[in-house]
Design a protein around this ligand. Structure first.
Ligand SMILES: Nc1ncnc2c1ncn2[C@@H]1O[C@H](COP(=O)(O)OP(=O)(O)OP(=O)(O)O)[C@@H](O)[C@H]1O
Length: 238
């Protein structure tokens, strides 16, 4: 039987009179790479913030790794928020040392391997980093951690298309023998969908599909095709 990493039962979260999440009931299976997909404003980041305990549901129940989210569960979660900032004068190597001291489960050897395939120079200073290099650093800090749940909120934005393809290939390889649940939200669905074992499609705060990718492919075609069918995807993105 598959165990759930995250269970949401009839979750609602409202800002003013607008629902960010509404009647959300999903069960995210353990040890899978899961695409959390949907157009702008569909509730992806709100769901991630709720999983990390930063946002509380107005109603409904959420369980993460078998517990109510909060500081206790956060030791077991590596979270890459969509609007991260880095400190200006530190090098990549400094950032790794900082992470080794402060981030539970951070593994220096993993970080160095990841830096290698992402072509990150360890002497590069944060204030000299391009947006794409900063995105790589944040991704490495998150993925290098041996924790059961990793949340990557738009990890590839700012990374150019050629590097992105290489990074995604490297990630598939790196993640293939790790027992972790990885949640990834992305708008680069066409390039990334080969990574996913499971996908959840959100629309206006509700889950419209939540299924193994193989099942979804058999029923609807690619994840990109699902976007076309369910959200009226225009050519070139959404
Ligand atoms: N702190 C907040 N205050 C007010 N409204 C919010 C807040 N956070 C989220 N919302 C609203 O909740 C809805 C869901 O937002 P959320 O950021 O979760 O969407 P998203 O799917 O991550 O979007 P994107 O793809 O653009 O990152 C949006 O309508 C957004 O405006």
């Amino acid at each position: 039987m598959t165990t759930a990493a995250v269970n949401c039962n009839q979750i609602a979260k409202r800002y003013g009179d607008k629902y960010a999440l509404e009647e959300l009931s999903i069960s995210i299976p353990e040890n899978k790479i899961v695409g959390i997909l949907g157009p702008n404003g569909s509730g992806k980041s709100t769901l991630f913030r709720m999983i990390t305990g930063l946002v509380k549901p107005d109603s409904g129940e959420i369980e993460v790794l078998g517990k109510t989210p909060g500081w206790k569960t956060n030791r077991d979660i590596a979270y890459l928020p969509d609007r991260a900032r880095w400190y200006p004068n530190q090098t990549v190597a400094d950032a790794f040392q900082w992470a080794e001291q402060l981030l539970p489960g951070f593994d220096m050897d993993n970080a160095k391997d990841l830096a290698n395939f992402m072509e990150m120079d360890l002497d590069l200073r944060a204030n000299g980093m391009s947006r794409g290099q900063e995105a790589r650093l944040m991704l490495i800090l998150c993925m290098a951690r041996n924790v059961p749940l990793v949340i990557l909120d738009e990890p590839f934005s700012g990374i150019d298309v050629i590097s992105r393809e290489r990074i995604i290939e490297g990630m598939i390889d790196y993640l293939s023998d790790r027992d972790q649940t990885i949640l990834i939200s992305t708008h680069e669905i066409y390039e990334v969908e080969g990574m996913f074992d499971y996908a959840i499609f959100l629309n206006q705060g509700k889950a419209i599909l939540s299924e193994d990718v193989e099942e979804l492919r058999a029923q609807y075609g690619s994840m990109h095709d699902i976007f076309r069918q369910f959200y009226g995807l225009q050519k070139g993105g959404f």
